[in-house]
Design a protein. Structure first.
Length: 431
């Protein structure tokens, strides 16, 4: 079936389902395949559960007019999303980066929603499946869209950019993450820089942290014309500074052309998040929001999903920051923990995944840095950390093995930081 014809059907039934366990009534079911499942096998069930059509790519499963046979379901989903994007005339802000993508996305949404009906990527739908699904969730009522794009291989951001076609873009930062796929830090910069390539080619607008030498050089190499700078130095167009971070952040910001600073109190911890706030402020100003609208959006944002999220239990106060972890985010979290003027600091760190050949070295660097800060108690968990165990801290090979040690922590300020696969939510439940 031609994409134009499928798009006509999509406009009649503009909801997409990919899982028979939560079929949307009158939706299009795309029978995607995975390593351990074949979505074609669930087409019958999808229709029985309320889908209007099932898009399949194996003829044996076609049993009537409500089965649409295509060459490849995933490619068809991506082409349909790209075709739909061509019909949208709204600005689309693309976001990628090593750390802070999701927090930045949510802050942009909180700010821009003060003035516009804004769409933002739900959860972590930021890959070759999630980006198309996100775009196909945008209807004519939206005035702006924010699309998060993730990658662990060179070429993925270029691919996703060609689907999302951002008019504006933001790379939060570049650091050592997914090194198994990128190969090196240079690979990370090359991959994330594919968003800059797209913006340069299509005359888009870039929001740039002007004090980040890596991002500045990446932009300079591409000769991008339309850049809005934000940061801490006077040459930026939006300038910010820390007021307090103990533990929640208060920041002050102003436009370079003005002398007056606006102060705003947030619900986030971690001075490393100032850049995320400044990005949201710069975007808000570019889209003609008033300072009070911007501050209202920032003040109203409450973090979730265990990203720089402060949780208080009957026994402890916890910084839950274990949705993801890599070398740069670990370092930033330790720096922040060190400067907080709280008592009884306990740091619990878990393995960083996908570090490739650099795994031993980056875990050693984290150990050295954490030990240097002399926290009241320091616990390392995971196979990579355990390879370097010493008497200078507590080491456990698995999260389960650490539970007994964690269970006796009381009246402490605790940092929980690890890659998602370490399942640190099981420790949060104990604390």
């Amino acid at each position: 079936m031609q994409i134009e014809n499928l798009y006509t059907i999509y406009k009649q039934y503009p909801s997409i389902s990919t899982d028979t366990r939560n079929i949307i009534q009158d939706s299009l079911f795309f029978a995607l395949k995975g390593a351990n499942f074949n979505g074609n096998e669930f087409a019958d069930q999808a229709l029985a559960n309320g889908a209007r059509f099932a898009i399949i790519d194996e003829e044996i499963y076609k049993k009537g007019d409500h089965y649409i046979l295509v060459d490849d379901v995933l490619t068809t989903l991506q082409h349909l999303a790209t075709f739909h994007r061509h019909q949208l005339s709204i600005p689309v802000i693309g976001i990628t980066g090593t750390n802070g993508k999701t927090t930045s996305k949510e802050l942009l949404y909180a700010v821009l929603s003060q003035k516009y009906k804004t769409f933002a990527t739900k959860g972590n739908l930021n890959n070759h499946i999630g980006v198309p699904l996100s775009l196909l969730s945008i209807d004519d009522s939206y005035e702006l869209a924010i699309i998060e794009m993730g990658a662990n291989h060179v070429g993925e951001i270029a691919f996703l950019s060609n689907i999302a076609q951002p008019t504006h873009g933001l790379i939060t930062n570049v650091g050592k993450a997914h090194l198994e796929g990128f190969g090196s830090f240079e690979g990370v910069k090359r991959a994330k820089g594919e968003l800059y390539d797209y913006l340069q080619e299509h005359k888009g607008t870039l929001f740039l942290q002007g004090d980040n030498p890596f991002l500045v050089e990446m932009a300079r190499q591409r000769h991008i014309d339309n850049i809005v700078y934000y940061g801490f130095s006077d040459f930026n167009e939006v300038i910010g500074k820390l007021v307090i971070a103990d533990p929640f952040l208060s920041i002050a910001w102003k436009e370079a052309s003005q002398s007056h600073y606006y102060e705003v109190t947030t619900h986030l911890t971690g001075s490393y998040n100032i850049e995320n706030f400044l990005a949201a402020i710069a975007v808000g100003l570019s889209f003609q929001l008033e300072p009070n609208q911007i501050n209202n959006g920032i003040e109203g944002y409450i973090p979730q999903n265990n990203r720089s999220q402060i949780t208080k239990t009957d026994r402890n106060t916890i910084v839950a920051d274990f949705y993801n972890a890599n070398a740069s985010s670990m370092s930033a979290a330790l720096d922040n923990m060190n400067v907080l003027s709280v008592q009884h600091k306990v740091v619990i760190l878990g393995d960083m995944f996908e570090m490739g050949d650099e795994a031993f070295e980056v875990h050693r660097q984290v150990i050295d840095k954490a030990i240097g800060y002399n926290f009241e108690r320091l616990i390392f968990i995971g196979k990579e950390f355990y390879k370097q165990k010493s008497d200078l801290a507590e080491f456990y090979e698995t999260t389960d093995q650490a539970k007994a040690a964690v269970a006796n922590i009381d009246h402490a300020f605790v940092l929980l930081k690890a890659s998602r696969g370490m399942a640190f939510e099981n420790l949060l439940a104990i604390l």
